[in-house]
Design a protein. Structure first.
Length: 94
């Protein structure tokens, strides 16, 4: 089973936004979602999985990192990726 970290995932209260709908779809397709929200410090789990506050804190391998951040906000996260694969979703307003 593939593990997908989702940097910038939103909570279920933001339904209808890609940053929660894409992870929900991937979960229904059988992937394991590793939530890494940027906001929502009170949230401890999302989609039934424990929340990690930094990509570097995720234990074990991750097959893909799906990023829901504005391009200008990416540099702060890139150093934490190490050799992990990065898939950047662009198309929103910068």
């Amino acid at each position: 089973m593939h593990r997908v970290a989702v940097l910038g995932i939103k909570t279920l209260s933001q339904r209808g936004q890609p940053a929660i709908e894409v992870p929900r779809y991937l979960e229904r397709a059988g992937l394991v979602i590793v939530p890494v929200p940027v906001y929502y410090p009170e949230v401890e789990t999302l989609l039934g999985q424990p929340v990690y506050r930094r990509l570097a804190d995720i234990p074990g391998p991750v097959d893909l990192v799906n990023v829901f951040r504005r391009p200008k906000d990416l540099p702060a996260h890139l150093d934490l990726l190490g050799g992990r694969c990065l898939a950047e979703r662009c198309g929103g307003k910068p």
